[in-house]
Design a protein around this ligand. Structure first.
Ligand SMILES: *[C@@H]1O[C@H](CO)[C@@H](O)[C@H](O)[C@H]1NC(C)=O
Ligand SMILES: *[C@@H]1O[C@H](CO)[C@@H](O)[C@H](O)[C@H]1NC(C)=O
Ligand SMILES: *[C@@H]1O[C@H](CO)[C@@H](O)[C@H](O)[C@H]1NC(C)=O
Length: 534
């Protein structure tokens, strides 16, 4: 008998939605928008009340996402990472409210009805594919969740209907011991996360069948895998193969030595080790770029594919939003530019673009409908520009995706990142001081080459040795590219672009040419009202 989530397949009304079968190379050209399904959009656009602190379902759905794909696509994102889709604990837990985030699985084989039904999820997949966009599903493989202690193994879990499918109870706690991390349980007695016995071949087979069917049934193009470090490494290769699509795993750690072995067993990891020092570098003028560069360099050297197979992010649902730590427009803009000059896949967490300022979980999981999907926000424009610039870089240089970024002119308060044709110029002096920095970079372009800062369309000319010397304005970053690398008639600096390459089809952008002073004024003004909770 076949053991697996066959009911999921059998209950389908629509035919399976075909996956685009995207692999790691396909994904490396993409830019991911991460959202929390419950908090992104409601089916009828009702602005339902949503108090993040209450940890309740607020009413977001897969149909709601479909309605607002224009919003995501207009910013230039071409992949969407949604919350886990499996049925979760139904009732509010005393400790941590409801499972609106989707990480408390009770039944792998049915969908979470709060988000919609089978047809809705297929419709989302089809709607994304029609736009040439990818669907990334978040999946939890390591554990289930229990509203009670001890868990009710006999009446609760599917398809793991018996205690023998689980590891014996013990909690990971703060342990750094590998076996404990892999075989004990996450959570605590107030909300235990019973750990599947992924040493047992029956369990292994069931998890492989499940992921294969899930990907095929809903036309999934890639997976974000939760809590990867809590399963033995040699579990992953066969599971990844059963999935048959790109996999990017969460290895929550601040250490490249710990993270590196996971890059051998799954396609990519979320690059947590560099996230921590990057935030520290960008968040205050006291931050040090050299510390971040050390970690970035270690990751480039120790990961299987350097940083190319990583997801690069500045915010997500488990960390305080960057704008909860600083509202300085210069610091914010620098941090939110870096992932687009990075070797890996840039990931943007919904709400960043609207200036959301929620701190730790649960405050960083605000409803986006309170921001009304405004297009005119300065950071929305910023993401449009950076997505378009990255696409131009990919289209104009066949080696952009395989050339490791180089860190140049590293000072306490500034650094340059060379990734031809891009040169990212970063600073953490901020906008609220009169301090400025000058980036002096040697020989990165042709002598006297004509360049442009794609964020402002300010012209810059390389010196006789191909170097550049540029002063920062208002603490803002600059992203230089040769005018010849930018296609004419596109969205980026159309008055200056001289590139002759055939323009890729795809996202159309309004041309944007802006003065920083105006942007800073509007960020400072709008920041305060952006995140009013209902
Ligand atoms: C859980 O919720 C369901 C329906 O929402 C209700 O019938 C049931 O009594 C609840 N169970 C507990 C233990 O509160
Ligand atoms: C694996 O789990 C199955 C199902 O619970 C159980 O019947 C079997 O005995 C287990 N195998 C081993 C080797 O523990
Ligand atoms: C990682 O975090 C731990 C605990 O917070 C800390 O002790 C350690 O120094 C950090 N390591 C690095 C490389 O940042």
């Amino acid at each position: 008998m076949r053991v697996g989530p066959v009911s999921l397949v059998a209950s389908s009304l629509l035919a399976a939605a075909p996956t685009l079968a995207a692999n790691a190379a396909d994904w490396s050209t993409r830019s991911i928008y991460q959202l929390i399904t419950d908090r992104f959009a409601t089916t009828n656009d009702a602005a339902l009340p949503c108090d993040s602190n209450a940890r309740r379902y607020c009413g977001g759905t897969w149909q709601g996402i479909i309605k607002h794909l224009d919003y995501i696509q207009h910013m230039g994102f071409d992949a969407v990472w949604i919350s886990p889709v499996s049925a979760n604990i139904d009732n509010a837990t005393a400790a941590q409210g409801e499972a609106f985030h989707g990480y408390w699985t009770k039944d792998l084989t049915t969908l979470n009805k709060h988000f919609g039904d089978d047809d809705d999820l297929k419709a989302l997949s089809a709607a994304l594919h029609k736009r040439g966009m990818y669907l990334m599903l978040d999946v939890v493989v390591n554990h289930m969740a229990s509203p009670t202690m001890p868990p009710d193994f006999n009446n609760f879990y599917h398809p793991f209907t018996d205690q023998s499918y689980f590891h014996k109870q013990c909690f990971v706690g703060e342990s750094l011991d590998e076996t404990t991390i892999e075989q004990c349980w996450l959570g605590d007695p107030s909300l235990p996360l019973p750990d599947l016995n992924t040493e047992n071949s029956t369990v292994v087979n069931m998890l492989q069948t499940w992921i294969h069917d899930l990907v095929q049934t809903y036309g999934v193009d890639g997976l974000r895998i939760d809590t990867v470090k809590h399963i033995r490494k040699d579990f992953w290769p066969a599971w990844v193969q059963s999935a048959g699509v790109f996999t990017m795993g969460e290895v929550l750690i601040n250490d490249t030595d710990f993270a590196a072995p996971f890059t051998q067993v799954i396609d990519a990891i979320l690059d947590y080790p560099t996230y921590f020092p990057l935030v520290q570098a960008f968040v205050t003028p006291q931050g040090k770029f050299s510390t971040a560069v050390n970690m970035l360099t270690k990751a480039q050297q120790s990961y299987k594919n350097g940083l190319f197979r990583t997801g690069s992010f500045i915010e997500n649902h488990d960390q305080p939003r960057f704008q909860s730590m600083t509202k300085d427009p210069g610091l914010v803009r620098n941090a939110m530019t870096f992932p687009f000059v990075h070797d890996g896949i840039p990931i943007t967490y919904y709400g960043q673009e609207q200036g959301y300022q929620g701190s730790s979980d649960p405050y960083n999981r605000e409803a986006l409908w309170f921001a009304a999907y405004q297009q005119e926000k300065p950071l929305v424009q910023h993401y449009k520009l950076m997505n378009a610039a990255r696409k131009e870089a990919i289209a104009s240089s066949s080696s952009f995706l395989t050339t490791p970024m180089k860190f140049l002119a590293i000072e306490d308060n500034s650094m340059a990142v060379s990734k031809p044709p891009m040169l990212g110029l970063f600073t953490n002096v901020g906008s609220e001081t009169s301090d400025s920095v000058t980036w002096n970079v040697d020989s990165v372009y042709q002598p006297n080459e004509e360049l442009v800062d794609v964020l402002t369309c300010t012209k810059v000319t390389a010196n006789g040795q191909g170097g550049v010397s540029v002063m920062s304005l208002y603490g803002m970053p600059q992203v230089l590219m040769p005018v010849s690398s930018i296609a004419q008639g596109g969205a980026i600096c159309p008055a200056l672009a001289t590139g002759t390459r055939a323009k890729n089809s795809g996202v159309k952008l309004r041309s944007v040419s802006v003065a920083w002073a105006g942007i800073i004024a509007s960020v400072l003004f709008l920041g305060g009202v952006a995140v009013r909770m209902g």
